[in-house]
Design a protein around this ligand. Structure first.
Ligand code: CO
Length: 147
């Protein structure tokens, strides 16, 4: 595994739409392993592939004892709403409130390509939304909640 550099806001790659993953190979596994190591080092709660310079639909989420890798994640259902503060490893020294669904269902694939579905709530649902937005070039402050 290797720690990768985290791309900072202002670099065009963070505003691009990521491609779907079609090949579930060792290169994908290495990307996921490196993302985990990079996230752990940065002490964050989630990381999306464009944040390490890769335009693929790959994210990881890690909060307390929850850890999940998602390839090609798609939010297929959402309900409720929560307003809370967000920040981003790619946007240093900044944070703002964002409104997100309180509960969502997400379909994704594992690093081996298996299709899965998960339901998450509260803060983990917020992380999912934030990371999946990265795959479409959206940064959390684009959605700043101003009341
Ligand atoms: Co972020």
């Amino acid at each position: 595994m290797a720690i990768r550099d985290i791309v900072k806001d202002g670099e065009p790659i963070l505003r691009k739409r990521c491609r779907e993953v079609e090949v579930f190979d060792d290169k994908l596994a290495k990307l996921l392993d490196d993302m985990k190591e990079t996230l752990d080092k940065a002490d964050g709660v989630g990381l999306a592939a464009p944040q390490v310079g890769i335009l693929k639909r790959v994210v990881i989420v890690e909060f307390e004892d929850f850890f999940l890798e998602m390839v090609n994640p798609v939010i297929v259902e959402q309900s409720g709403s929560q307003i809370g503060q967000e920040a981003c490893l790619s946007v240093p020294n900044r944070s703002c409130d964002v409104e997100r669904p309180n509960r969502l269902v997400c379909e994704y694939q594992t690093r081996k390509g298996a299709k899965k579905k998960i339901t998450v709530e509260d803060f983990i649902a917020r992380i999912f939304c934030h990371e999946i937005d990265h795959l479409d070039g959206i940064l959390y402050y684009d959605k700043e909640y101003k009341g």
